[in-house]
Design a protein around this ligand. Structure first.
Ligand code: S3P
Length: 194
């Protein structure tokens, strides 16, 4: 798909748990493609004028999830670069439905790398208490959902963000190429049938 043909649809949507590296890998990808990076966590924080941890404490998770759902819907309809979603965005049914037909990359991370990356003293509101146990519970619960929405899964354990971003870039470009030649083939066979 050429850049001119893309209007208001992300080239790729990154999903995965906290510590998967969505923002870091997203930045690398966006800069290698010369596109913008949008991050729904940032959008929510900008809209509210305060960090997510404060939103959770003051208004609760439901309030945050409502803002997040709206931020994801808005970004899916308007942003044509790389889009990184907050780790819990996919638990929302409407968001899962909105992801159908999008190119979604799941950045997979196992428990020990996830804990290392978020840090034991994490400021993330859902990790208060025993970080390792909370990360494990979230991974167990959400892994099947990430797999369900993803069109591509990339392993991140033990790898640098650069290495992961390279694999994502190659696989997305490959999928775009296959899609473009698939639609050219379909168009040619339709022509032939006439
Ligand atoms: C959350 C992940 C966070 C942020 C919020 C809730 C989650 O995003 O949206 O703290 O439910 O997993 P990151 O995955 O970008 O850290």
């Amino acid at each position: 798909m050429s850049q001119e043909e893309r209007t208001g649809r992300p080239r790729v949507v990154l999903v995965g748990p906290m510590g998967a590296g969505k923002t870091t890998v997203g930045e690398l990808l966006a800069s290698s493609w010369g596109l913008g990076l949008r991050d729904t966590d940032r959008d929510v924080e900008d809209a509210e004028g305060r960090p997510i941890s404060e939103i959770f404490v003051d208004r609760g998770e439901k309030y945050f999830r409502d803002l997040e759902r709206a931020a994801v819907a808005e970004a899916l309809g308007t942003h044509d670069g790389v889009l990184a979603l907050g780790g819990g965005a996919v638990i929302d049914h409407a968001t899962r439905a909105a992801l159908k037909g999008q190119r979604v990359v799941f950045l997979h991370v196992g428990l020990s790398d996830a804990v290392k990356r978020v840090g034991l003293g994490s400021a993330r509101p859902l990790l208060l208490g025993n970080v390792r146990a909370r990360v494990k519970a979230l991974l167990d619960e959400r892994q099947p959902i990430y797999r369900e929405v993803a069109t591509i899964t990339v392993e991140t354990d033990g790898r640098s963000p650069e290495d992961v971003a390279d694999e994502v870039r190659h696989r997305v470009e490959h999928a775009e190429h296959d899609e473009a030649s698939g639609s050219a083939d379909a168009a040619a066979s339709e022509e032939g049938e006439r």
